[in-house]
Structure formats: C-alpha cells, structure tokens
Unconditional design. Structure first.
Lengths: 89, 206
C-alpha cells in the first residue's frame, strides 16, 4: 500500500514561516522531566521559568503574556502535541 | 549525503509508534544528520534491498526493538527488526575497514528487556525510552554525543522544546491548508523529514 505524498515546497515554506515570528506572539508551556512544566517564549529553546504544576505554569504565563503583549499560550502534552491553548486579551 | 552523517533507522511502522518515530526523526535532523528510513511496505524484496543500501551508506544506526513482540497471544514475535540489526552489526564486524567506524544504538521500552532474550547483544549501546518522546530525544542526543566528539551537541531539553514548537506549527499550518487530522497523522516519514528540515533551517537561522 503506498501513501500519497503531501509535501510541497510551498507547504514546507508555510510551516517553516512559523518557526520564527516577528515579535513575541506566544508562550509555550512544555512538560519537562521529572514532572515539571517549563514556560518558553516562541522561537526560543530556553525556559524563562519552570514550575512543579501545570496550573502554576499557566497562571504565571497568563500574567507574563499580558505584560509582554503576547497573544497566545499553548500548553503541550507528553507527546509534544497541543493539550490546550488560551488567547490572551 | 556522506557516509559520516547518514543514520540508518530501523523501527516499526505501527500507528502507535508515530509518537516516537516523529521525535526520533526530528532529533536526527536537528543534529544535522540525514535519516535513512525505509518507506516501502508493499514488497519485501524491494524493502530489504533498500535496507541493505542504507546499512552500506550509513555510519550511524538506530534500531528500536520496542515493538518486536508478538501481535497476538501465542504468536511468534516479529523478527524483521532484529534481523536488520543483525545485518547491520554483521556489516560492521565483517565488512571493509570503513564499516568498522559504524556506531549502533539499540532502543527498547524497558531497561534490560533485550539482554534477557538476546544475551548476545550485550556489549552494544542499548537504551530504554519508556515510550516517552522526551526521554527518547534525550537518549538519542546523549548517544550521538558519546560516540561522536567531533562537535558540540545542543542540550536534550532544547531539542525537546524545539520539537514541541515544530509539532504545533506543522499541525496548525496543515490544518489551515485543508488537511485533516488523520491525513496529518498518516503523513509519510519522508514528508515529515522534509517539513522538519525546512522548519529547523529557519528556526536555527539568526
């Protein structure tokens, strides 16, 4: 059984465009071992802070995002996927 | 791509392995290596010849034996992956001088599982990932760092953080372009590698 390819150069460029956004637009909350949650700005590989619970991380990030005029918070699951997301008003 | 940067990847194509194969491929690309992975599942003859080619072309190899178990009770386990591991180790042992540089990582879910059933593989680099993507990334990165001191490797956490951002970007972009979640989940490894290369190039650019 062969599976059809979906990649095109245009699609690859569209995905890559989001790797580095102009300005800070979102924060990621990422599970980090052992049982910690790291808060990371979009486009960075360094956590600004790490928490023992997801709720603590979300609460902190909501305040930080409002302060920094970020628009979104993405909470990731253990598989790296999107667990939940919040818009910051 | 040159022998020195090719990585032969011997792993299952099961749906439940998708959560591990994607971070595995992403890590290999993020570390500037070239993954060599078979896509052909229709013809065993073409597949095994392609795999022999990958073994010849690759200095590094990663073999995940975590799914080499019986699919049903009272059935024999699947032997394809241990067989391909044997071919790879045989190439390093009995091949020309060039192949003695080959480095092999064997992955399993639980620590020491394979030493119990194939004791002859003790002495190889064997790591367990507990079916956890972040642990898998850490084990792969640390293994490359231990067998190749020609460069400085980024930290395991930085690769994991980059992977989660890539995961969001590829999922949301493809959904916005009209692809369905099952289409994204069933994407070929070859497509996934191309998307990862494009994204990582931009992510790493200053």
């Amino acid at each position: 059984m062969s599976v059809r390819s979906i990649y095109t150069r245009q699609l690859g460029t569209a995905v890559a465009k989001n790797a580095k956004s102009k300005g800070l637009i979102k924060y990621h909350i990422i599970p980090s071992s052992p049982s910690k949650w790291s808060v990371v700005p979009e486009g960075s590989v360094r956590a600004v802070r790490t928490f023992n619970s997801k709720d603590q991380a979300i609460s902190f990030t909501k305040k930080l995002a409002a302060l920094k005029h970020a628009k979104e918070i993405i909470v990731h699951g253990a598989d790296g996927g999107i667990l939940s997301e919040f818009q910051v008003s | 791509m040159p022998f020195e940067t090719n990585v032969f990847i011997n792993c299952p194509f099961d749906d439940d392995y998708t959560i591990l194969i994607r971070p595995l491929l992403f890590t290999v690309v993020y570390l500037d290596f070239e993954p060599k992975i078979s896509q052909t599942i229709s013809s065993s003859n073409i597949r095994i010849n392609q795999i022999k080619g990958f073994i010849r072309e690759s200095r590094f190899s990663i073999h995940d034996l975590s799914r080499s178990r019986p699919l049903k009770k009272n059935e024999l386990p699947r032997f394809n992956m241990p067989y391909e591991l044997g071919l790879d180790i045989g190439c390093a042992e009995f091949g020309s001088k060039k192949f003695r540089q080959k480095k092999t990582l064997i992955l399993e879910t639980e620590k020491y599982h394979y030493q119990k059933v194939i004791s002859d593989i003790s002495g190889q680099d064997i790591e367990s990932h507990s079916d956890d993507p972040a642990t898998l990334i850490q084990k792969i990165r640390n293994w490359f760092s231990s067998v190749d001191d020609s460069r400085k490797y980024p930290s395991p956490s930085s690769i994991w953080i980059a992977y989660t951002q890539f995961y969001e970007d590829i999922t949301k972009t493809l959904l916005s372009e009209g692809f369905t979640s099952p289409e994204i989940e069933k994407m070929t490894n070859s497509d996934f590698i191309k998307f990862a290369k494009d994204w990582i190039k931009r992510f790493k650019a200053e």
